[in-house]
Unconditional design. Structure first.
Length: 87
């Protein structure tokens, strides 16, 4: 791999990292690594399962993913519900 086009790949990760820092880490000021790990895991579950995203038509990433999976195999997909506290 020559690294060409890698900057476009980083755009999505950098945006996620910025959202995580501004919406969670800076606001909570975790005391140690264990607390940070639990808090960030909770925020990631919120980000994927409950937070609407403007770029996705105000849908959650999990809803868009499920729509793509079930559409691709004509509704025969097994429900892959995550046990991350989904409402």
């Amino acid at each position: 791999m020559d690294g060409r086009g890698r900057s476009m790949d980083n755009v999505f990760i950098e945006r996620l990292r910025r959202s995580l820092k501004h919406e969670d880490v800076y606001l909570k000021g975790y005391a140690d690594g264990c607390e940070a790990r639990a808090g960030i895991a909770e925020w990631m579950a919120f980000y994927n399962l409950r937070r609407p995203h403007q770029a996705l038509g105000n849908r959650t990433p999990m809803a868009v993913w499920r729509e793509g999976v079930t559409g691709a195999i004509e509704g025969t997909a097994v429900d892959m519900t995550l046990s991350l506290g989904q409402p």
